[in-house]
Each structure stands twice: as C-alpha cells, then as structure tokens.
Design a protein around this ligand. Structure first.
Ligand code: COA
Length: 154
C-alpha cells in the first residue's frame, strides 16, 4: 500500500526536497522563513509526499485557488493548482506519480497543472486535457486540466 502524507515544513523535509530537480525559490523561502522563525517548525506545507522507508521519493504541491480567480472552469469555482509533481528517478514507473494524482482527484475539485513538455503524455494518461491557449491568462504556461463530474471548460 502506497501512503500519501501531508508534509510538514521542517529542516528534515527541506533537506529531502534538495534531491528533487524542481528545487527553487519556494523551498528556499520556506527555509528562510523557518530560520527567521516566521513560521514554526512542523508548520503545514502545501506539499504531499510518499515515503519509501525513511526516504521521500515523490511529492507534489497543491494549492487551492479561490473561485474568484477561476478562469478555467464552468461553473467558476474553487479549484486546485497542482505543482511540482516529481518522482525521484530510481522510483519512477512504480505507481507513485499516479497515486499522488489520484489523491488530488479525490478532493473532487477541478485541477489545473502546468506540464513540463516531456510529461504531457503522462498527464493525458491521467485523464487531464490541454486547454486552448489564452495568452493573457496562461502567460506561456501549458495548462492541463482535470474536470470532475458536472464541470466543463469555461
Ligand atoms: N508518458 C506517458 N505515460 C507515462 C509516463 C510518461 N512520461 N510516465 C508514466 N506513465 C504512465 C505509466 O505507464 C502508468 O501507466 P498505467 O497506469 O497504465 O500502468 C501511469 O502513467 C502511472 O505511472 P507511474 O508509475 O505512477 O509514474 P511515475 O511514478 O514515474 O510518475 C512522473 C510520473 C512523470 C511524475 C515521473 O516519472 C517524474 O517525476 N518524472 C521526471 C520528470 C518528467 O517529467 N519526466 C517525464 C518523462 S521523460
């Protein structure tokens, strides 16, 4: 059984994050906030992950975007932004990516993600669809969306 856990912001999690390719400003600012005591050790993070033994092997970040900002779904509603889905190379192809995506779908809210070029086929395999590109809205991203029952394109 693969278990998805909500990740806490602490030095151990941030150390684990260094193994992921998409390690950037978001992780660095969490680190700075922790050092400056702006956030407490073990604060909630927007990240969910899967451990294999003691090792964090897969993660994603999920943010709720309020309905007032929804430019993708009909009817307009609060939806999830899924970022930074990544499985460490040695653990790819074992169902961890799919488990995280299924976990996100279980909130039963529409989901928007932004595909890195090589992973577009993975997203399509997971039931996501590309939206027609809108320059002002999408700003160079390649959004892919997932619609729960009763939700359609805006
Ligand atoms: N393209 C198309 N289908 C893919 C795929 C890809 N790149 N990666 C996985 N799949 C399919 C699997 O065959 C599997 O199909 P099945 O359910 O019918 O058996 C399903 O998606 C689930 O695969 P899973 O084992 O959960 O994938 P994963 O744990 O390796 O996670 C990524 C997928 C893309 C998130 C992960 O491989 C990753 O982080 N990769 C690194 C970055 C990247 O974007 N790589 C793209 C490939 S070069």
């Amino acid at each position: 059984m693969i278990k998805v856990e909500k990740l806490k912001i602490n030095y151990k999690t941030l150390e684990e994050f260094k193994k992921f390719k998409e390690y950037g400003i978001q992780e660095l600012s969490m680190h700075e906030d922790l050092q400056a005591n702006i956030i407490e050790n073990d604060s909630q993070s927007p990240f969910y992950g899967i451990y294999f033994g003691e090792t964090l092997v897969a993660r994603m970040s999920l943010y709720q975007r309020h309905a007032q900002f929804d430019q993708y779904f009909n009817p307009p509603q609060t939806y999830l932004e899924l970022w930074k889905l990544e499985v460490l190379p040695l653990y790819q192809g074992k169902g961890y990516g799919k488990t995280l995506v299924e976990f996100a779908k279980n909130f039963n809210m529409p989901i928007k993600t932004n595909s890195r070029i090589k992973s577009k086929e993975f997203w399509e395999h997971m039931g996501f669809e590309s939206v027609s590109y809108d320059m002002e809205r999408d700003l160079g991203e390649n959004p892919l969306v997932w619609y729960p029952n009763g939700v359609t394109v805006q």
